[in-house]
Design a protein around this ligand. Structure first.
Ligand code: GLC
Ligand code: CA
Length: 516
């Protein structure tokens, strides 16, 4: 057993925005296949594809109408098979999204549910009578507003933790649990290496429908949401683990468990449950060594206790791009480049989001360009996630930069001519070159990939740690402070910035090989 997923680097592909093969302005499976060699050269171990299933697109694919087919917008099942085959030829694993918390309103189950109060499929969803003329309780949608919408036909309300077109399934229903096993098998049979489980902490809802505490806080995590993180999830994931174990080749699950409390997360990654859980704690930290170190320790202690591997994530399709979060412009990029060396030196599994390796910033879109339901459901109070979903600039001097031959579904900024993959491939100082060099070192050096971890003393404002294996020690030093500090001893293997030399200037990072 290699347990490949314990030290892999997986690259998230937001399918709509990666590469368009047919000129309709929307990325698709054939587009992805045509760009896989870029990922091979980048040096990642596999890809995670966001949903490409049949969907009316109310949440760009996270509203699934058929779990076992490809939306014509993205291609066909044959295209999917070809993509998996090419990826496997290139030694790239393929992880696909599964969206078990809710279906689209266009799923036949939901249509049946609306057709008659007696239809058995109605029990697959959470329909409940209202309270005092309003919804059954005060639960809120993560996208804004109430989590309940009235079904005028029956006078009952249905539950949706996200958009009203995303109907929460009732996981206490036996048919739901049985049918999702078939969905898992369908894709395992087609060769996928694993699943990313969407909002994995939310499938079962508290059956007593108890009100949430008010005022409802606005946080990135769901620790306070008493409706979710229910005990029934653990037997479910044990069952899913059994299903994956029936297949050869170490298939895996990575749960999107949106909890800050790492002890609670650890329960989901016990040896017979999910293999991995996204860890968003570092993503939400400021650029500050002290708090980052505390977060890293807290995660490792909690997950080590159950024998699980930590994962590290700085970007995904739901959050503002890293250089922008770190202050934007030159300073933001400088920090984001230093964070790349931190990410790829930490022990565990790393996730990259498409465009992170190009150092892309969040795009400022005009209100009339926005498409995210979050923007509309909050009447613009929250801008939503479109700014990190702008298509990838591949080559050329002007939009659409080789992404499509048509008009990209989100506007691409003119300034990206400097940041195309092709331009960065020609520039040894580019962010792409930094990621390539870091990933190559991580592949070559077992110490970096799966060596033992140890903190080293460092000046205030720095993170310094060592990874050791087979007599080789590689030290990672990151300076988040505002003064230069001395560089640890050793041979400099890689630096996030050309200014790193005798010293480690502010907002830079370095990898060094210790001389024994
Ligand atoms: C997850 C996805 C997000 C989606 C939501 C509802 O958080 O990452 O993009 O909107 O689930 O499916
Ligand atoms: Ca297309």
């Amino acid at each position: 057993m290699t347990e490949w997923w314990r030290s892999a680097v997986l690259y998230e592909i937001y399918v709509r925005s990666f590469a368009d093969s047919n000129g309709d302005g929307i990325g698709d499976l054939n587009g992805i296949r045509s760009r896989l060699s870029y990922l091979r050269e980048l040096g990642v171990d596999g890809i995670w594809l966001t949903p490409f299933y049949t969907s009316p697109g109310a949440d760009h694919g996270y509203d699934v109408a058929d779990y076992t087919d490809v939306d014509p917008q993205f291609g066909t099942l044959d295209d999917f098979d070809a993509l998996v085959a090419t990826a496997h030829d290139l030694d790239l694993r393929v992880v696909v999204d599964i969206v078990p918390n809710h279906t689209s309103s266009e799923h036949p189950w939901f249509r049946n549910a609306l057709s008659s109060p007696n239809h058995p499929d109605r029990a697959r969803y959470v329909f409940r009578p209202g309270r005092n003329g309003g919804p059954p309780n005060n639960w809120t949608s993560a996208f804004g507003g109430s989590a309940w919408t009235l079904d005028a036909g029956s006078g009952e309300f249905y539950l949706h933790f996200f958009a009203p077109e995303q109907h929460d399934l009732d996981w206490h229903n036996d048919d739901v649990r049985r049918d999702f096993e078939d969905v898992l098998r369908f894709w395992f049979d087609r060769g996928v290496d694993g699943f990313r489980v969407d909002v994995a902490q939310a499938l079962f809802k508290a059956q007593d429908l108890r009100d949430m505490h008010e005022p409802v806080p606005r946080t990135w995590h769901a620790d306070w949401v008493t409706a979710v993180n229910q005990p029934e999830l653990h037997p479910l994931y044990r069952r899913w683990r059994e299903v994956s174990s029936e297949y050869p080749g170490e298939r895996m699950y990575v749960g999107e468990i949106v909890l800050r409390n790492q002890e609670a997360v650890a329960e989901y990654v016990r040896p017979d449950e999910l293999q991995l859980a996204f860890n968003f704690t570092l993503l939400w930290e400021e650029w500050d060594a002290e708090s980052m170190r505390e977060t890293i320790d807290r995660t490792r202690v909690a997950l080590d206790a159950v024998g699980a591997t930590s994962t590290w994530v700085f970007e995904n399709h739901d959050v503002t791009r890293l250089p922008t979060r770190y202050g934007g412009a030159d300073a933001g990029l400088r920090r984001a480049r230093a964070a790349a060396l931190l990410l790829l030196a930490l022990p565990g599994t790393a996730f990259l989001y498409q465009g992170q390796e190009l150092g892309l910033e969040e795009v400022e879109l005009r209100d009339d360009e926005r498409q995210d339901p979050i923007f509309f459901r909050t009447n613009g109070a929250r801008l939503g996630r479109d700014g990190c979903r702008v298509p990838i600039p591949w080559e050329g001097g002007a939009p659409p930069f080789g992404f499509t031959t048509g008009t990209p579904w989100l506007r691409m900024p003119d300034e990206w001519s400097r940041l195309t993959a092709a331009a960065q491939e020609r520039d040894a100082a580019s962010t792409l070159a930094l990621y390539r060099a870091a990933l190559a070192l991580r592949r070559d050096r077992a110490a970096l990939r799966d060596g033992a971890f140890e903190w080293r003393d460092g000046a205030r404002g720095t993170l310094v740690f060592a990874r050791t294996r087979d007599g080789e020690t590689i030290v990672c030093a990151v300076n988040t402070g505002d003064e230069a500090v001395g560089l640890p001893a050793g041979e400099l293997l890689l630096a996030s910035d050309a200014s790193v030399g005798g010293a480690l200037p502010p907002d830079t990072a370095a990898w060094l090989r210790e001389e024994h």
